[in-house]
Write a protein that binds this ligand. Structure first.
Ligand code: UDP
Length: 400
């Protein structure tokens, strides 16, 4: 029920959502991405799709399929875009195009508006029959590898609009209109709603964490971009000064073939320290994630590449300051000395962790600021309104 958000966002914001939605009643919209579980894109769509439906838009959500080779290729594309180096295997273009063709014959591509998320299904545009097409880019494309970018660019320019998460991802070499829309969290979801301290303690104890001693938390897929090894290294420095524990919580994503390798490397770095907890939770462990974010004394998101980093807003909403990698969409959320600290190295991550562990009152103040910052900028209702605006734009109702 969209009205449930009223006490958080107020009448004006609610009214503006309904006003824009009125013009869009009855249109059909299809979201397409590559996974229903794991990662921020699926997390958002699970909340966004029902809200759009409630506003009278005929929304569906489909995922593309592919074999192991296809997902190896798309992970290679992803890494090439985010790092500027080539990670694509031989024959990648053929594999990519083969699966775009297969998916185009299996998916209904005849909606009024198509929302294509990330590079995996981007090439479906070649099979457009009707409708307006929006490419929703969730990753860092500020300095992509040139061959991969050239291949995608041709296709991106066929879209009617493109959405990026931060102004720093804006590109001067595209002809498509670019909109900046940061992602969002759902404040009413099981992952983000209020839960009591007793529930928090009970849950973390189930995973052998001592709730009476502080613990550092990072919630992230096992992905090089999230730097799990760096998190452990930072923890080890902190541990030399304070009796602390570490919980690194990560579930697998079905479209990420690299997870296992990264997990093994993280395990090796962790060694036999009983205070390091590397946890693989099943998908949709939302209450558990909520408990870890609320229970942690320091929340880290030490990414070295990040499109946005929903986990940052999730923690800030729980009034926890975040130590975040100085990259991608994290600086939109972590304002140094106001909502947390931005770091460029293991040493800096350790330094600010120690600082926050020692200065509880500073930590509390930053946490309060963080919650306010998320309330004003990164809630799903703002995101919904922005999506409605872009839909209005591509359909030519830009006066909405
Ligand atoms: N997440 C989860 N379980 C995990 C790890 C992550 O539910 O074990 C969630 C996390 O809470 C967040 C999303 O997955 O909602 C990750 O989104 P983010 O933007 O941080 O990173 P992405 O995985 O999309 O790169």
């Amino acid at each position: 029920m969209i009205e449930k958000y009223l006490p958080i966002i107020g009448e004006n914001e609610m009214d503006s959502i309904f006003k824009i939605a009125e013009r869009l009643r009855g249109i059909s919209v299809l979201h397409v991405n590559s996974t229903k579980e794991g990662g921020g894109v699926a997390e958002i769509l699970h909340k966004m799709v029902p809200l759009m439906k409630e506003l009278g838009i005929n929304v569906d959500w489909k995922i593309i399929r592919g074999d192991q080779e296809f997902f190896r290729v798309t992970k290679g594309i992803h890494n090439s875009l985010q790092t500027g180096n080539s990670y694509v295997p031989q024959g990648w273009k053929e594999t990519y195009e083969k699966w775009q063709s297969i998916n185009s014959s299996e998916l209904p591509l005849d909606y009024d508006v198509m929302f294509i998320h990330d590079p995996q299904p981007l090439g479906l545009i070649d099979y457009r029959r009707k409708g307006k097409w929006i490419w929703r880019c969730h990753i860092d494309i500020s300095s992509p590898e040139s061959e991969v970018w050239g291949f995608l660019k041709e296709r991106i320019n066929k879209y009617d609009a493109m959405i990026i998460s931060s102004p720093i991802f804006g590109r001067g070499d595209l002809s498509v209109p670019q909109f900046v829309i940061p992602p969002s969290i759902d404040p009413l979801s099981v992952k983000n709603q209020y839960i009591s301290d007793t529930t928090v303690k009970r849950i973390v104890m189930k995973y052998d964490i001592d709730p009476e001693r502080p613990f550092i938390v990072q919630i992230s897929r096992f992905d090089y971009a999230k730097d799990p090894v760096g998190v452990i290294k930072a923890y080890k420095i902190v541990k030399n000064h304070v009796d602390v524990q570490l919980a690194y919580v990560g579930s697998p994503a079905s479209d990420d073939p690299e997870g296992e390798e990264v997990y093994r490397k993280t395990l090796a770095e962790a060694g036999s320290d009983p205070d390091i907890h590397l946890l693989m939770l099943p998908p949709f462990s939302d209450l558990e994630i909520n408990a870890f974010q609320r229970g942690g004394s320091v929340i880290m998101q030490k990414s070295v590449k990040e499109g946005f980093g929903l986990t940052v807003s999730e923690a800030l909403w729980k009034a926890k300051p975040v130590i975040g990698g100085n990259t991608g969409g994290i600086p939109l959320q972590v304002i140094p000395g106001v909502t947390g600290y931005l770091v460029n190295s293991v040493e800096q991550a350790a330094h600010y962790s120690l600082y926050l562990l020692r200065k509880r009152e500073v930590s509390e103040q930053l946490g309060k600021n963080g919650r306010e910052h998320v309330k004003n900028n990164f809630l799903i209702t703002r995101h919904l309104r922005d999506y409605l605006m872009v839909i209005s734009y591509v359909l030519g109702f830009s006066g909405a």
